[in-house]
Every structure is written in structure tokens, then in C-alpha cells.
Design a protein around this ligand. Structure first.
Ligand code: TRP
Length: 358
């Protein structure tokens, strides 16, 4: 019996992953790694949407992110690590799917809009920037997965991907308009309609307390930050609260971190988080400084084993290990993606034997 598939990925626009990635998606990946046939994609082509002038940076980030994956515990023996730029079927499917998406619909995609604002791209972004949303449909559908574990910010992309898959199956595979999404594969569709699976914490604010945690906004705590840096960053958080006896806002950034990093540690953690929040809201003699220290401990105990594993991957030997993992994974991934492409081309009456012509 083959296991159902998962696909998800990260764009190497930064040197490393942060706590937002962890609670939003990595934690789910770790949990699902045993039950599913997992494909983890490094969207290195997408990184060029904003880093076209910095290819060395994209390369370094690519290797850095795979090191983070290994450090977190994603296991290349059980899961498949895929490098986007080495999967030609993804590029081909992107072009084919672009025909099924109205231009205006892509341009209205709320995730793209938010990114344009947050990164202050104005109207000077390249054509490839909105294009990446189409590309993401191909990233996903190339592997015909059931589930896509992502952060909340990615839901609009997954919705677009579902639209493409529905339309493809209806247009080219004779699946009726009334067939519900979960029955599409059974009804002869090439693509099962994938579902997003948002992590325990869909959106983690950065230490500025306002925006989503993000490297480009300078408000992130990275998985590879050392213990002192983690504490220093936490200490920078401002809540406007003056004293331990002033009732605090139970949904401010500190309390969201308490939920995410203390509440996430089993039943004891959940009880402790509830107690902190109750006392915080009541102004029951609990100071921000105390909470930051407790958070620092919780976060550092989560990150310490990752830091230790990450340290074993430092330097050129670590790079070589990463490249080997990527090569082996991508070879396996190409078998699945090529199969998908040939099924899609057959459905589109494009089966002229493209790969074997000549
Ligand atoms: N756009 C995603 C992000 O920025 C990364 C990504 C690329 C992705 N392709 C994907 C995520 C396919 C899930 C599935 O986080």
C-alpha cells in the first residue's frame, strides 16, 4: 500500500528559517513524516522573484535552508527533498496551468498583494513575481498530493491551486461539474484536489508585535539564533504595560508566544500557559520581564537540539552532505513529476511522445 502524499516547501529568500516557519509548518511536517510520503520542496526559482541580482545569495540560502530542515529533524531517508530548479516538469506545468487562471484573478491574489506591500515592491516587481503563484500550483500538483502543510498566509495560493486542479480535471479529464473535490481522482481526474493544512499557529507575529514574523521585516527569531540572541530579541518586545499589577492584553504578542512555545509543550505546558495568561489578564503580579525569561527558556530548550544538529553541518562537509541529499531526493522527485506531466499531457491531447521523440 502506498502512503498518501504531502507536498510543501520553502522559498530560500533568507539564510534561515525562523520560529514562524516552525509553528506554522515545520512542526506539522515532522509529525506527518511517518504517515505520509512527504515531498519537501526548495523553491529556489521563486527566490529569484526578489533576488534576481543575487544568485550567490540564493544558492547560499538554498543550502542553509536544507541544513535547517536536517537540523529540525526532517529526514531525507523517509522524505524526499526536492530542488525546484532541477524538476523540469514543474516549469512545463506552470506554463500549462497559466492558461487556466484568469490574469485578473492572479493579480487579485491576497497573498501576493500582502507581499507586495510588506516588501514595499510598489509596482516595480518583475513579471515573474505574480507568476510564482502560478508556479506554486505546479509545485504542488506535480506531486499530486492530498495535503499541503503551510502557514495561514499561503492559503490563498492553495485555493488557487485547487481551482486549477478542478478546472483541469473538468476540462481535460471529463470530470463533471457536480463532482465534489474529494471525488475528483476517483472520477478520472489526473489531479486529486489538495487541501491546505495550517499549523498549530497559523500566523506568528514578529517581535515588533505587528507584522507576521519575517526575515525581510527584521522581526524574526531564527532557529539558528544562539540562546543569548533569542533572549535579547524577546527582551525587545514592547507591550506598553507599566507594571506587574497592570492587567495585560491576553492576546498581545507576548501572550501569543506563551501559547505557541509554552502552551505547545504537552498538557503541562498548556496548563502553565493558561495560568500565565489568567494572571497576566488580571494583573496578578506577573511582569513582562518574568514572562520573557520563561519564554526564553522554553524557546531555547526547543532550539537547543536543533542548534547541536545544525553545528554538525557547518562548513564544506555539511554543504557536500546537503548537495548529496538534494541530488538523491530530486532524482526520486523527478520520477513522480515526469509521470504527472505525461498524464497531464495525455489528458490535454499533447501526448506526441515528447520525452522520447527522436
Ligand atoms: N510560497 C511558499 C512560501 O513562501 C513556498 C512554496 C513554494 C510552497 N512552493 C510551494 C509552499 C508549494 C507549499 C507548496 O512559504
Amino acid at each position: 500500500m502506498s502512503k498518501p502524499r504531502i507536498l510543501t516547501g520553502d522559498t530560500p529568500t533568507s539564510t534561515g528559517l525562523h520560529l514562524g516557519h516552525y509553528v506554522g509548518s515545520l512542526e506539522n511536517r515532522l509529525r506527518l513524516q511517518g504517515e505520509y510520503d512527504c515531498y519537501f520542496l526548495i523553491a529556489n526559482v521563486h527566490a529569484f522573484t526578489t533576488l534576481a541580482e543575487k544568485p550567490d545569495e540564493v544558492r547560499a540560502n538554498t543550502i542553509g535552508i536544507v541544513k535547517d530542515w536536517l537540523a529540525v529533524g526532517l529526514d531525507p531517508e523517509r522524505s524526499t527533498f526536492v530542488l525546484q530548479s532541477e524538476v523540469p516538469a514543474i516549469a512545463e506545468l506552470t506554463f500549462l496551468f497559466a492558461m487556466l487562471l484568469p490574469f485578473n484573478k492572479v493579480m487579485r491574489n491576497p497573498t501576493l498583494k500582502t507581499e507586495i506591500e510588506a516588501k514595499q515592491l510598489g509596482d516595480s516587481y518583475p513579471f515573474g513575481f505574480p507568476m510564482y503563484a502560478v508556479g506554486q500550483c505546479a509545485d504542488i500538483l506535480a506531486f499530486r498530493p492530498e495535503l499541503v502543510p503551510v502557514g495561514e498566509d499561503q492559503e490563498a495560493h492553495i485555493e488557487m491551486c485547487r481551482d486549477v486542479a478542478l478546472k483541469f480535471n473538468q476540462l481535460y479529464c471529463g470530470v463533471g461539474n457536480r463532482v465534489p473535490p474529494e471525488e475528483h481522482a476517483k472520477a478520472g481526474g489526473v489531479f486529486p484536489i489538495p487541501r491546505a493544512k495550517v499549523g498549530r499557529v497559523g500566523r506568528l507575529p514578529g517581535i515588533d508585535g505587528v507584522q507576521k514574523m519575517s526575515k525581510s521585516l527584521g522581526n524574526a527569531i531564527f532557529l539558528y539564533d544562539d540562546a543569548r540572541t533569542v533572549q535579547k530579541k524577546l527582551n525587545k518586545i514592547t507591550t506598553g504595560r507599566q507594571s506587574p499589577t497592570e492587567p495585560g492584553n491576553p492576546s498581545n504578542v507576548l501572550m501569543q508566544y506563551v501559547d505557541a512555545f509554552i502552551g505547545g509543550q504537552g498538557p503541562e505546558g498548556a496548563a502553565r500557559a493558561a495560568e500565565i495568561k489568567r494572571r497576566y489578564a488580571a494583573g496578578d503580579n506577573i511582569g513582562d520581564g518574568h514572562i520573557k525569561a520563561e519564554l526564553g527558556e522554553a524557546i531555547n530548550s526547543l532550539l537547543e537540539p536543533m542548534r547541536q544538529r545544525r553545528a554538525t553541518l557547518d562548513g564544506p562537509e555539511g554543504d557536500a552532505r546537503v548537495i548529496d541529499v538534494i541530488r538523491r531526493g530530486t532524482a526520486r522527485a523527478n520520477q513522480v513529476a515526469e509521470e504527472t506531466l505525461s498524464l497531464a499531457k495525455r489528458a490535454m491531447r499533447l501526448d506526441f511522445g515528447a520525452r522520447t521523440l527522436g
